[in-house]
Design a protein around this ligand. Structure first.
Ligand SMILES: Cc1ncc(COP(=O)(O)O)c(C=O)c1O
Length: 425
């Protein structure tokens, strides 16, 4: 391949060859010709590479990489990770169903979330998952009662809230400080462990924290680990038997082409102290494993000017990718075929009837023409998984690329899909 240069992000899965962006060995316009737009495209090689990087970094300790399904639950993505030995972190009965379907063994599944229903708890027990990350006293009691009724004991970690202020790009992705709904208050954690140790339906197995998402600094993880180690020490003194420490997810990636968390550097700060405990390390990365592996391809419909602004209107909108609108998420917008025009400032907006419907605001880029293709970069995590059918728009198709081969891993929804679950009055 000649004339090859990586585009935004730290993955080289989307090279340009002769000016045309590819995913691995496949030209993106070919995928659009087959499956249309908007279209999510994932590089299987990029997912595998990122998993191996983390797996290698954690090699000195017994560990479980429990991929956070909420980041991207496509069965193709889950199967790719299952083949590498991943487990997963789920937050609903639907995610449990998906994970088992994809071949993730139940004994590698941890179940997180503040509001698990009795049906969801029962499904987890029936499946024989590795642990429930319990987030309240009420949930603990409900789980114990249910397990007794089912003639079993539920494997449990308490998710504790260490009250750590974590620098993430948006307030909605901070989960480790006391004022959030997540976890059990630090002041209550020891007492609740002692209560749980005596509950007939509970088998205590670990300690869990998750402090937030898109964290680019190792320091908050170190603080969370320190908190967890302290708690583990006290619980050992109280003869509470533990098997694992779960440090959650949150490892940050590169959205603007800058640095991301290096698994090796992260692990160097975490692994030695975990090794001393002899406990297994569980991590729940989502974004880190899949975020940089995906692009969203969209076609420019119209270009117009108004109010001193230039708008590039695309056929993908906030229903397809909500991160820019919901989290002020920044994604590089690249022409699929670089036309070499002058750069101007534009808002890249979707067709949805909301002023908050945009993919990029006040962005300097080569002015595209109607009909041309744009790639919204770094959307492998919290892209499709947060999409909706708002404005009655069928959700996009998803394609997985490996080398020169592309596989449709989710067909485009149809207008019939939009009404399939509804009944006549
Ligand atoms: C409990 C839990 N674990 C893991 C994750 C994954 O986070 P990330 O994608 O930042 O790694 C999340 C995301 O919010 C979460 O809530």
């Amino acid at each position: 391949m000649e004339d090859t240069a990586a585009v935004a992000g730290t993955t080289d899965a989307f090279p340009r060859v002769g000016g045309i962006m590819h995913c691995e060995g496949v030209p993106l316009p070919e995928l659009v010709a087959r499956w249309g737009t908007p279209l999510y495209v994932y590089s299987q090689g990029a997912i595998r590479e990122r998993y191996r990087e983390l797996d290698d970094a954690l090699a000195p300790v017994p560990h479980l990489i429990a991929y956070s399904v909420k980041a991207n639950g496509n069965l193709g993505v889950l199967r790719t990770l299952a083949e590498l030995g991943a487990g997963c972190d789920i937050v609903s009965g639907g995610e449990l169903h998906r994970a088992l379907m994809a071949g993730i063994p139940a004994e590698r599944i941890v179940f997180s979330g503040v509001g698990k229903t009795v049906h969801e708890l029962a499904a987890g027990l029936r499946a024989g998952i590795y642990a429930f990350n319990v987030e309240s006293e009420g949930e603990l009691c409900a789980l114990s009662d249910l397990a007794c009724a089912m003639g079993t004991r539920a494997p449990v970690a308490l998710r504790v809230n260490p009250d750590i202020d974590t620098p993430t790009p948006h307030a909605y992705t901070r989960t480790g400080h006391a004022a959030t709904k997540f976890g059990i208050a630090a002041a209550r954690a020891r007492a609740l462990y002692n209560i749980a140790a005596r509950m007939p339906g509970i088998r205590l197995r670990g300690i869990d924290v998750h402090i937030g998402s898109q964290i680019l600094d190792v320091a908050p993880f170190r603080d969370a680990l320190e908190y967890v180690l302290d708690l583990a020490h006290d619980l050992r003194q109280a003869e509470v038997d533990l098997e694992f420490l779960d440090l959650g997810g949150g490892l940050g990636i590169s959205y603007e082409g800058g640095a991301r968390i290096s698994a090796a550097e992260w692990a160097a700060e975490i692994v030695p102290a975990v090794a001393e405990t002899g406990l297994k390390l569980v991590v729940e990365p989502g974004r880190f494993l899949v975020g940089e592996s995906g692009v969203l391809l969209t076609r420019v419909l119209y270009v117009k000017e108004g109010g001193g602004k230039r708008f590039v209107i695309t056929d993908a909108g906030m229903n397809d990718l909500i991160r820019p609108s919901h989290y002020s998420g920044w994604h590089a917008v690249e022409p699929v075929q670089a036309p070499g025009r002058e750069r101007v400032r534009v808002d890249v907006v979707g067709p949805i009837c909301e002023t908050g419907d945009f993919l990029a605001l006040d962005r300097e880029m080569e002015l595209p023409k109607p009909g041309e293709l744009l790639a919204i970069m770094t959307v492998g995590a919290y892209g499709f998984s947060m999409s909706s059918q708002y404005n009655q728009r069928p959700r996009p198709a998803e394609v997985m690329v490996s080398g020169d081969e592309a596989t449709l891993v989710r067909r485009r929804e149809t207008v019939d899909d939009l009404v399939a679950a509804e009944m006549d009055l």
